[in-house]
Write a protein that binds this ligand. Structure first.
Ligand code: NAD
Length: 251
């Protein structure tokens, strides 16, 4: 049902973004990938996704975002998904990590949105989907930058939703719990250090302890949610924050 629609998914060379790209491609959307990774693997992904375009733009750099958005021209579905994590106590939190996480997890979405909205408004249809997090609703210790950025993206989602409400464009965010991706795997060593725990203790007592299901969310679950939000029947779903977190934020 997305034939003829162009979807840009940021941070789509891995994890959740890649699953969203696959799900939107399966519905017929033309895919624009973004992120970093091995050139050969990315070429394979482009082929798998029907000759998807690819931009290795670093979204912490405003000029790079502007250039990517200029070249992509006329995005119908924008999925702001690129993100990173750093785990450290606030009084030891590296200042450069704070700046980078705010730039990537929050400001990048502001820039892509401001550049994508004019085309969407003009054509009277658009879908903006932001990958927020359970950490857009609740906090965990040692994740100051990430939690601040994710609460920010939830607020940005609501604000833009109100601004475009009469134009045929919807803006929503999806808030996954823990999904087993490189982003989660890579934070285990620092969490072991910050909490004085073993790897298994971090997985059981920090990560899965949050999720009443005691299971990781699957990247494909988020792909399905993104497809759902693109349906015309979801035109009245606007400014919402969709939890897919195994019950984490119900507690
Ligand atoms: P991931 O590490 O698997 O993927 C991150 C993607 O972002 C990759 O494609 C990477 O190349 C890209 N990226 C990283 N830095 C970039 C930069 N400077 N410019 C452009 N692209 C960049 O991570 P993931 O777990 O799939 O996370 C995707 C999103 O989902 C993030 O916003 C993350 O905060 C959010 N999220 C993840 C989880 C989880 O448990 N994995 C939970 C909630 C929310």
């Amino acid at each position: 049902f997305l034939d003829g629609k162009k979807a840009l998914i940021t941070g789509s060379t891995s994890g959740i973004g890649l699953a969203v790209a696959r799900a939107l491609h399966a519905e017929g959307a033309a895919i624009v990938l973004n992120g970093f990774g091995d050139a050969e693997e990315i070429a394979k992904l482009q082929e798998e996704l029907g000759g998807a375009a690819f931009f290795d733009s670093d979204l912490t750099d405003v000029a790079a975002i502007e250039s990517m958005m200029g070249e992509v021209e006329g995005v119908d579905i924008l999925v702001n998904n690129a993100g990173m994590q750093h785990v450290a106590p606030v009084d030891e939190f590296p200042v450069d990590k704070w700046d980078k996480i705010i730039a990537l997890n929050l400001s990048a979405a502001f820039h892509t949105i401001r550049l994508a909205v004019p085309h969407m408004k003009k054509q009277g249809w658009g879908r903006i989907i932001n990958t927020a997090s359970a950490h857009s609703l609740v906090a965990s210790p040692y994740k100051a930058a990430y939690v601040a950025a994710k609460h920010g993206i939830a607020g940005l989602t609501k604000t833009v939703a109100l601004e475009v409400a009469e134009t045929g464009v919807t803006v929503n965010c999806i808030s996954p719990g823990y999904v087993w991706t490189p982003l989660v795997e890579n934070q285990i060593p620092d969490t072991m250090k910050a909490r004085g725990m073993s790897r298994d203790e971090v997985i059981d007592q920090v990560l899965l302890a949050k999720q009443p299901t005691k299971k990781f969310v699957q990247p494909e679950d988020i792909g399905e949610m993104a497809v759902f939000l693109c349906r015309d029947s979801m035109a009245n779903m606007n400014g919402a924050n969709w939890s897919v977190d195994g019950g984490w934020t119900a507690e």
